[in-house]
Design a protein around this ligand. Sequence first.
Ligand SMILES: NC(=O)c1ccc[n+]([C@@H]2O[C@H](COP(=O)([O-])OP(=O)(O)OC[C@H]3O[C@@H](n4cnc5c(N)ncnc54)[C@H](O)[C@@H]3O)[C@@H](O)[C@H]2O)c1
Length: 240
Amino acid sequence: MSAPAVVLITGGARGIGYAVAERCVARGARVILWDVDAEALRSAARSLGPLAFAQRVDIADAHAVEAAEAALPHAPTHLVNNAGILGRAMAFDAMQAEEIDRALAINLRGTLLVTAAFLRAKAPCDGASILNMSSIAGMNGGAKGHAVYGATKGAMLALTAAMARDLAPELRVNALAPGIIDTEIQTQLFADRAALEATTAGIPQARLGTADEVAEAAEWLLFGAGYVSGETLRVAGGRK
Ligand SMILES: NC(=O)c1ccc[n+]([C@@H]2O[C@H](COP(=O)([O-])OP(=O)(O)OC[C@H]3O[C@@H](n4cnc5c(N)ncnc54)[C@H](O)[C@@H]3O)[C@@H](O)[C@H]2O)c1
């Protein structure tokens, strides 16, 4: 018999990761949130209830990921590689090595370290899968000044293809490419609410997306979509 689903979600303390956790819990799955923000983690776990477990982990820190793996409360069956940062805006002639490294360490190296930990720790489960949170920035280069972010998200698409090939048939691996979703990451990108709303002019659906709309697609790719692997689905209101 297959084990009940246990979904490891990085960056699960808020935003899109939290919305995915809510949907997992609503269908009776356990969730394990790995996030660097201790306070947000505590409040997320409290709101999600007894099916949720929180571990403070900086996914850019290999030792922290190993320690969290050793302390997992349950063997996971599914993984959502969701934690990510936008990083500071930098023009191409003003790249800062430290800032490049920080984005790569979290968005790319962190994804690889967590995936390795998940693969070592996972419980056998029919229909197990991995979901990588990319972005349409990985396809179109991203907002002006955010090329490094776009490059890390493009790398996640390549990783999705490689993982889907190398981890089959035990695991399906897919990616989501959200557009502009109304979470804290966007409040960093736009100077004020008016600037954020103004960007809706460029979105065919004429509004920002919600974290739950991304989570809805995540739920399908994680638990349904039995013959879908190696794919990227845009959740971007028609934006490319
Ligand atoms: N919001 C958007 O418009 C949008 C669009 C496309 C893609 N995405 C991607 O979706 C994912 C989630 O974004 P969000 O909008 O929910 O952002 P968010 O900032 O609201 O949430 C990100 C979460 O990741 C956690 N995190 C950051 N660094 C971490 C680290 N080193 N270790 C562990 N946890 C860490 C944060 O504490 C936070 O809880 C990101 O990968 C982001 O790039 C977001």
